[in-house]
Design a protein around this ligand. Structure first.
Ligand code: ASP
Length: 328
């Protein structure tokens, strides 16, 4: 009885403190690329805003109820994976051979654990399987047939590869193939649609998640940065959580997501200095296009990109919400 009374009063006194530090933030992206008002008709623009808001709502509902940042980023990414509008899950771009190969990764900033899958062809929500790799196996990255077998054993939803067929994406492949034939190379400026989310929960834990179909006309089982921890995705409670989008090869070579955390920890940079330094500094100098979303342990947000637009948005426990597509 005595213990009960003590615990009761302790809880009574401590709960306001717990709540006082309980701010949350979630930031999402749906890819960076040539996104300007001429290319996106108003009707389509409204659909994008609606989908981005839906993804933010799903993540925010979890955070508001005291749920984990991991649950929030997974929920937000699943909504974008299920939409044909983004290059992830349902709307994945086509490979050179006319198939779809999906990559995804997730990272927990409190435990420094991570899971990822690459080159899968029949998993409806790759982000959920990536999380299962993190939580149910001693591994970080599973690929191809093995990853698909693991997903089946875990009981996640397997779909026929035709589920990923989308006419708009197929036309994009034909255009890329034509460019390759005529010019010997294809323009990467049009790439966009990779999805990602980062979040800070009321317990102070950071998480990051990224999911993609990769790059149109990719070949030879090419894998980009999205399922590579430290390149397309990174989270560390001591610094920040990052999800990137852009020309994946460079994000791998420059360890972009990890570099942001490292600049904060080693150099004392702010989140925005670190994120901008890479996107509008290093990558710009290399003529590499892309962007990222990031949140730090204090809930600060950064969403830099060096393309004409990036599908992006964030919402915070303060009630602040921003959703944008174009540069302005
Ligand atoms: N980063 C992705 C990849 O290289 C593509 C993108 O974000 O648009 O696979």
């Amino acid at each position: 009885m005595k213990h009960f009374v003590i615990s009761f009063f302790l809880l009574l006194f401590l709960s306001p403190l717990v709540y006082a530090q309980g701010n949350y933030t979630i930031v999402i992206h749906g890819g960076a690329g040539n996104v300007d008002r001429q290319r996106v008709p108003e009707a389509r623009e409204a659909e994008f805003y609606a989908k981005l808001n839906e993804a933010l709502d799903a993540g925010e509902a979890i955070l508001k109820a005291g749920g984990s940042s991991l649950d929030a980023v997974e929920a937000a990414v699943r909504i974008m994976e299920d939409s044909p509008k983004f290059n992830a899950g349902r709307g994945a771009v086509f490979t050179y051979e006319g198939g779809n190969e999906l990559d995804a990764s997730i990272m927990c900033g409190s435990k420094i654990t991570a899971g990822a899958i690459a080159g899968v062809t029949n998993i409806r929500n790759p982000i959920t399987t990536a999380r299962m790799v993190m939580e149910q196996t001693p591994h970080v990255l599973l690929t191809g047939k093995g990853a698909e077998q693991f997903a089946r054993e875990q009981g996640v939803e397997i779909v026929d590869p035709s589920y990923f067929f989308d006419q708009y994406r197929y036309d994009q492949l034909q255009e890329s193939l034509r460019q390759m034939q005529e010019q010997g190379y294809m323009e990467t400026g049009d790439m966009m649609g990779t999805v990602g989310a980062v979040a800070l929960d009321v317990h102070g834990n950071l998480a990051a998640a990224t999911s993609t179909g990769g790059m149109t006309a990719k070949r030879y089982n090419r894998v980009g940065d999205s399922p590579i921890i430290g390149a397309g995705t990174y989270a560390n409670n001591a610094s920040c959580a990052v999800s990137a989008t852009g020309h994946g090869e460079f994000f791998i070579k420059y360890a972009v997501a990890f570099d942001i955390s490292a600049r904060m920890l080693y150099k004392g940079s702010s989140l925005d200095e670190a994120a901008n330094g890479i996107i509008n500094g290093t990558l710009n100098d290399l003529n590499v296009s892309g962007g990222l979303v990031a949140v730090d342990k204090d809930g600060n947000v950064s969403m830099p990109f060096n393309t004409s637009g990036m599908f992006r948005g964030y919402t915070k426990s303060s009630g602040e919400r921003v959703v944008k597509i174009f540069a302005d």
